[in-house]
Design a protein around this ligand. Structure first.
Ligand code: ADP
Ligand code: NA
Length: 330
């Protein structure tokens, strides 16, 4: 039996990914690619909803792809490609936009949040139709499962509604995908403000662990992470968000259970614990960083891999798009 298809992606919105992207997405993708026919894209068309310098965008796209590969996404096993290399995404997005209600799109909470932050002048129509492009990304590949963060749940529901609507109107065409929601426990918070989600678009740098930073810099950031005055290494999200966040990172990177880490550091101070975690972070990141830098040293080869993968994606995408055109009278 052929493997079920899985789709996920990230925006190339920074020079480096951060440890939340690694733990919350890449580590899981790496496992999922074994049991699914996985598509992982760098969604550069989505990134256009924020201002970008063209040469910087191209570079961020390459760097993001290099980090996928360095983290263990294998381009021979998974289809790892750049969204804009497959024009069918934009074509299907237009079509699906004609099946999406204005009011329906207006209920998306991410749009409401972002547009109120950007203000009316910086809010584009593209930001409004972002979830429709996301629906096109997913539906083009007859995707069964979409691993996403909690914040994307509403967009997957919209994708399902659009797929069902199309199928009802024009005949069975799209597979209706299921979300695979990231566990709450895999969420990583800012080291300096451990109640805010760590993000590659964070405004301050001190609390973010970048995959491509010098390992010694990451170690320093761990040593300076905010904790509390209690002095005991104990998981308590509500009262000890800083220490709890560090424990989650420790557990995720080592595959250990939190109680076993608490036991190891019982009766020892935060200094020891942070030193232990800094070692864990450095030994996890160092090979990933080296591999990513190696890939970026040979952009022609990286581009060749991405082009070959885009070719594979395009074959599948064009089959779906062809059916859509046919059913709609285009
Ligand atoms: P960012 O906020 O860093 O720009 P995105 O919103 O582009 O990240 O998300 C990319 C992927 O990384 C998603 O799968 C998302 O769930 C995951 N992710 C992002 N930040 C974190 C985090 N702090 N903890 C866990 N997973 C995260
Ligand atoms: Na972001």
């Amino acid at each position: 039996m052929s493997k079920a298809r899985l789709y996920s992606g990230m925006q190339p919105s920074a020079d480096s990914l951060q440890i939340g992207n690694y733990i919350g997405a890449l580590m899981q993708w790496r496992d999922l690619q074994e049991s699914y026919d996985a598509y992982f894209s760098v969604v550069d068309l989505h990134a256009l909803t924020q201002p970008n310098d063209p040469s910087e965008l191209r570079e961020k796209t390459r760097r993001t792809a290099a980090q996928y590969i360095a983290a263990g996404i294998e381009p021979a096993k998974s289809t790892l490609y750049v969204q804009s290399h497959v024009p069918a995404h934009a074509e299907l997005a237009w079509i699906l936009g004609t099946l999406t209600g204005f009011g329906e799109a207006g209920r998306m909470t991410q749009f409401k949040d972002k547009s109120s932050r950007y203000g009316q002048d910086a809010t584009s129509v593209g930001l409004f139709t972002y979830p429709v492009l996301m629906a096109a990304d997913i539906l083009l590949y007859q995707t069964a499962v979409v691993p996403v963060g909690d914040d994307q749940k509403q967009h997957i529901e919209l994708t399902r509604d659009i797929a069902e609507r199309f199928n009802a109107r024009y005949g069975e065409t799209f597979r209706v995908p299921m979300p695979m929601i990231q566990q709450e426990s895999a969420r990583i918070y800012d080291l300096q403000n451990p109640v805010a989600k760590m993000s590659k678009s964070a405004e301050t740098d001190a609390g973010v662990l970048w995959l491509l930073d010098e390992p010694s810099k990451s170690a320093k950031k761990v040593m300076r992470a905010v904790t509390d005055s209690e002095g005991s290494v104990r998981y308590d999200r509500e009262n000890k968000p800083g220490v709890s966040n560090l424990l989650v990172i420790y557990a995720a990177l080592t595959g250990r259970q939190i109680p076993s880490i608490e036991d190891e550091y019982a009766g020892r101070g935060y200094g020891d614990f942070k030193k232990g975690l800094a070692d864990v972070v450095v030994s996890e990141f160092e090979p990933v960083r080296n591999r990513a830098l190696e890939l970026l040293d040979d952009p022609a080869e990286l581009d060749r891999v991405l082009a070959a993968n885009a070719g594979r994606a395009e074959t599948v995408a064009m089959e779906t798009l062809g059916t859509v055109y046919d059913r709609m009278g285009l």
